[in-house]
Design a protein around this ligand. Structure first.
Ligand code: SF4
Length: 71
């Protein structure tokens, strides 16, 4: 059992998602200048990165991209 489960705190990714929604933070491919919206998911990065983990997702771990550039 993790520390977050024992204290009743939100898991880090869940807390970050909540803050991102509250403050309209942008960090996923959909808001990156290199995103190709008409390409298939996972193959929609102009740099050719396999980007499934960087796409906007309602749950699961948050994975940041070092090449992210706000559109
Ligand atoms: S550079 Fe990174 S954040 Fe931007 S579209 Fe490619 S994988 Fe996504």
């Amino acid at each position: 059992m993790s520390q977050h489960e024992t204290t009743g705190e939100a898991a880090p990714d869940e807390a970050l998602r909540h803050q991102a929604a509250t403050f309209a933070l942008r960090y996923t491919c959909e808001d990156c200048v290199y995103f190709l919206p008409d390409a298939p998911p996972g193959d929609s990065c102009a740099h050719g990165y396999p980007n499934l983990a960087h796409l906007r997702r309602p749950a699961g771990p948050i994975v940041f991209c070092k090449e992210y550039e706000l559109r």
